[in-house]
Ligand binder design. Structure first.
Ligand code: PGA
Length: 220
């Protein structure tokens, strides 16, 4: 059975206490879920990576961690940046090229290239977001998450047939990647993606903030 990824992208949300309550909710509910073939990855803000990593270890939760961003520079005099080597202490994955970073932080194609290089050099597994089938998938990417801007946070996901077409195009050029969908995936919408045969999972924003809703996605 192919692995199905459930990646929780918390974006710029949660304090430590809020993260603790979420993880406690997962700890209490996860025993009732069939986790066969499922891979759970949590992408909290940098400030919570250490706490989440400790909590996950302490309670032996089947959750891996991702960072939501990685510096395009190595260690050094880059004020405010968090580099791949620092991330590697807590997380095995990193997200790059999320549309919110392209839009609000004006990340360029060369920034992303440098981020991917830094991440791969440190052995992080890269989850690259793409906004459409024209987006360039970088070399040595393991996971590609197709996230059309119009579907993010709107409650209106992309049409499964269209998602399937985008996946086919991505897989034609990059046959070894896993393709995920993201954009308004929630307990009400998740069943509509079942028909997409090439789908390897989901990148989930809003619906990953609440443990009950995230558990219900894992159950679906
Ligand atoms: P959403 O966000 O699930 O809230 O639509 C998805 C994402 O941006 O990763």
């Amino acid at each position: 059975m192919d692995t199905r990824y459930y990646i929780a992208n918390w974006k710029s949300n949660k304090t430590k206490e809020e993260a603790r309550l979420f993880l406690q909710g997962i700890k209490e509910g996860i025993g009732k879920i069939d986790l066969e073939g499922k891979k759970i990855i949590l992408a909290p803000p940098f400030t919570l990576l250490d706490f989440c990593s400790q909590y996950i270890k302490e309670h032996s939760l089947p959750i891996s961690l991702a960072s939501q961003n990685v510096s395009s520079f190595p260690s050094g005099a880059y004020t405010g940046e968090v580099n791949a080597r620092q991330i590697k202490e807590f997380a095995g994955y990193t997200i790059v090229s999320h549309s919110e970073r392209l839009r609000y932080l004006h990340e360029s194609e060369s920034d992303i290239e440098n981020k991917v290089r830094e991440a791969l050099n440190e052995g992080l597994i890269v989850i690259q977001c793409i906004q459409d089938e024209m987006s360039k998938v970088h070399k040595d990417i393991t996971i590609v998450a197709y996230e059309p801007v119009s579907a993010i946070g709107t409650g209106d996901p992309d049409d499964p047939d269209h998602i399937s077409k985008v996946f086919d195009e991505v897989l034609r050029n990059n046959p070894s990647v896993k393709v995920l969908y993201g954009g308004s995936v929630n307990p009400q919408t998740i069943s509509q993606f079942k028909s997409i045969g090439t789908l390897s999972g989901f990148l989930i924003g809003g619906a990953s903030l609440d443990s009950t809703s995230f558990l219900s996605l894992l159950n679906g």
